[in-house]
Design a protein around this ligand. Structure first.
Ligand code: GLN
Length: 499
């Protein structure tokens, strides 16, 4: 097995046994990254900084001070600010922007925390707005399974990096599906935890009440290991939760019920009927149903449930997220951060030109929508109404969770589409988010697990939605599924990109 195919615990074992040093492992991944530049997975790579961090990790290992992640390389979505790598959020507005500090997640995982080695910053939709990575100001990250297809968004670069073996693990963020959907499109595993578990400090804000960071990796087990290092209260994030430390790995490998030999005996899976209605591609339906059958073979019971407000999640999200974005992005005014227009007559023209030239079309569209729904006279009709329905959507989930332990369905209505296939019609693209938006609106944890391959050879994802703080159980279920299936082990063919 090559180094990029190994699990995090195997990498850790090899590092501790001195079969490979962190510097060598980092060089190995940097080498693969250089060969796969055509995938456009990374926006900034600084080999010197990566190798510096790797050699510090090697020193820790030599002194016997290593933890379970020390010396393992990781890629960070370019939405997390970093001191040594540029932090652009894939926007021209922040081209060449260097942050004076590291995001909390980067700090927790890096040299002064878990001791991981940053390989670089991954591509994304500009300010995390998008479902295909095509809104990146630096061109889309391409799907390694077939480079004519999108990688998904917004954390497409992280998904591509893990799927193509350009990083053993990566971070992502999910406001309405941005970890789960690219994970599904690229055939990897990703989890968006309960809102408030992972600090948003230093995460470039899109829609603050929905944004949440999480891991993207090859398996549920790898994600659990990283989540252990990412989660925790942070006084610098006012929405960060005060929770006792949870060991997200604690249930990995354990049976659901202690009294049965069947690994998932007693597990009740709620299958929302609205997640299988019109618009769901036949092959996706088939793969998800096969996965549910497999889980039943492992002892679980499927129960049909209803989430009646599912359809409303699209209008609600596309009012609330732009509203928050219009406020969050007002800081990019040409004065305090990043891009400033070269020519202007006065202050107003400076603002106008800097924002017109620095921001991309989708970002501008959302700022316009957000400003509109927040303006006097429209606020009650749109923003307030959307907030009320958001609450009802959250209540729908609680009603469903009285009947089941977790919910399962597809991540997206179809597998990845061709590059350019939907970029002309924003609403068509928004509709692709139908199954991923409502967990964010409710603040619930949700994950994506590979469960099939389409006729075109593209991965399909199974979505698991849990109740608040049920990450450890979700990872346990996903791990049991992965112990008994092999979808997560399939690797993309190199499809035109030489590795
Ligand atoms: N696709 C959704 C959007 O365009 C979700 C993005 C995200 O989760 N960051 O807003």
């Amino acid at each position: 097995m090559s180094w990029h195919e190994k699990s995090l615990s195997d990498l850790s074992r090899a590092l501790l046994a001195k079969e490979i040093s962190s510097v060598e492992l980092t060089q190995y991944f940097l080498g693969r990254m250089a060969k796969a530049k055509g995938l456009n997975a990374y926006l900034d790579v600084q080999e010197d900084f990566s190798l510096r961090d790797a050699s510090l990790a090697d020193q820790k290992i030599a002194k016997g001070e290593a933890g379970p992640l020390t010396g393992i390389p990781i890629a960070h979505k370019d939405v997390f600010v970093t001191k040594d790598w540029k932090s652009t959020a894939a926007s021209k507005m922040l081209e060449n922007y260097l942050s004076p500090f590291d995001a909390r997640v980067v700090e927790l995982l890096g040299g002064n925390g878990a001791g991981m080695v940053c390989l670089g910053k991954t591509n994304m939709d500009e300010f995390a707005m998008g479902s295909s990575n095509e809104n990146s100001a630096y061109g889309p990250a391409l799907n390694p399974w077939n480079t004519n297809y999108v990688s998904g968004g917004s954390s497409g670069g992280s998904a591509v990096a893990v799927a193509a073996g350009l990083a053993p693990i990566a971070t992502g963020t999910d406001t309405g599906g941005s970890i789960r959907q690219p994970a599904a499109f690229c055939g990897i595993t990703g989890i968006k935890p309960t809102y408030g578990i992972v600090s948003r400090y230093g995460m470039i804000a899109y829609a603050s009440s929905l944004d949440q960071a999480g891991p993207m990796g090859k398996s549920a087990k790898d994600c659990a290991l990283i989540l252990n290092a990412m989660a925790g209260h942070d006084p610098r994030d006012s929405t960060s939760l005060h929770k006792d430390r949870v060991d997200y790995q604690s249930l990995i490998g354990q049976n659901w019920s202690a009294t049965s030999d069947l690994p998932l005996h007693g597990l009740r899976i709620g299958v929302p009927e609205e997640y299988f209605s019109q618009g769901l591609q036949e092959e996706v339906r088939h793969s998800v149903q096969e996965a549910l059958k497999k889980l039943e073979d492992l002892g679980a019971t499927c129960i049909s449930v209803s989430l009646p407000k599912t359809k409303l999640s699209i209008p609600v999200y596309y009012v609330l997220a732009p509203a928050e974005a219009s406020s969050n992005l007002s800081r990019y005014d040409g004065v305090r951060y990043g891009y400033r227009a070269k020519e202007y007559k006065d202050l107003n023209q400076m603002y106008e030109r800097s924002r017109s030239e620095g921001l991309g079309p989708e970002v501008k569209r959302r700022i316009l929508i957000g400003t509109y729904v927040l303006s006097q006279g429209y606020y009650d009709a749109y923003y307030l109404q959307a907030q009320k329905i958001r609450r009802i959507i959250a209540e729908d989930f609680q009603a469903a969770f009285t009947q089941c332990d977790v919910l399962m369905g597809p991540v997206a209505p179809q597998a990845a589409w061709q590059v350019g296939g939907k970029s002309q019609d924003p609403v068509e693209m928004y509709l692709e988010d139908i199954y991923t938006l409502s967990p964010n609106l409710a603040g619930l944890p949700a994950m994506s697990v590979p469960c099939g391959i389409s006729k075109q050879g593209l991965p399909i994802g199974l979505q698991i939605i849990g109740n608040y703080f049920s990450e450890a159980k979700m990872l346990q279920i996903a791990d049991q599924y992965q112990q008994n299936s092999s979808w997560h082990q399939l690797a993309p063919p190199s499809s035109g990109v030489q590795i």
